[in-house]
Design a protein around this ligand. Sequence first.
Ligand code: NCD
Length: 305
Amino acid sequence: MLRGRDVLTALDLSREDFEEIFAAADEVIARGRSQLNLMRGKIMATAFFEPSTRTRLSFQTAMMRLGGEVIDLGEVEKSSIAKGENLSDTVRMLDAYSDVIVIRHRLEGAAKLAAEVAENPVINAGDGSRNHPTQAMIDLYAIRRFRGGIDGLTIGVMGDLKYGRATNSLIMALTKFEVEKIYLISPPQLKLRQETRELLADSGVEFEEVENLEKVISELDVLYASRIQKERFPDPSEYELVKGSYVITPENLRNAKEDLVILHPLPRVDEIDFRVDSLPCAKYFEQAKLGVPVRMALLKLILGG
Ligand code: NCD
């Protein structure tokens, strides 16, 4: 189903697509290292026009663990973009040299533009404030793994719901499942973007916007936290107003369910107190590790390993 396809937004993925990826990731984990030759002779190009640690390195690790090879555009300042080359021409070349392109960009729509230019599949590794579909795959896979499934859960999505592409993409992906309820937890200035709220309303998923974690913590099966996307604020003084406005601490988790799972796409800045890291509910580092098997599964399905 995913063979040869571009992955641009979580909205393009059906529940069946997600389930196909989850099953393939299960298989990747079960097979361990015995899949080193699946992508032999294939090349993945990574082009990251914005900072990244997990997404870039886990994509590269995934391709290498499958026996494929990786080329990386490297720092934009050292590529021909510094000479004034436009995005389409850069993508055209990456497409000529590789079998799949993984792109991250500051501007929404950059991955779509790349997909229009490239003949080979393009994977959006995050562009602008809305789309980060492979993060949503990892997040749902983590929920399924740590909670045994997705349907029927009450999920709190907390933090920057305005500029966060991870939170917005997770919410888009959750509309494909039968969750019990989504709590949108944020200060008023970071409330969920209108387009995503409309999507949620149209999907029929029950949701409620709240400002205070303590008010809903006892109901949550999963709490998904996120960083304030400082770099996307048009006005730095707007950021100063919300900086540090929410933080998860052992104290405000007092009334949480015993089997609560806390996730975060990372990087964390100050929204999760370090003391939370040693609690059994803290699953965000394990979640980040799942980035490799999930991206291996995706590359296998897209490239047909
Ligand atoms: C996220 C991103 O880049 O959107 N990071 C990631 O891919 N794990 C979230 C963030 O930067 O806050």
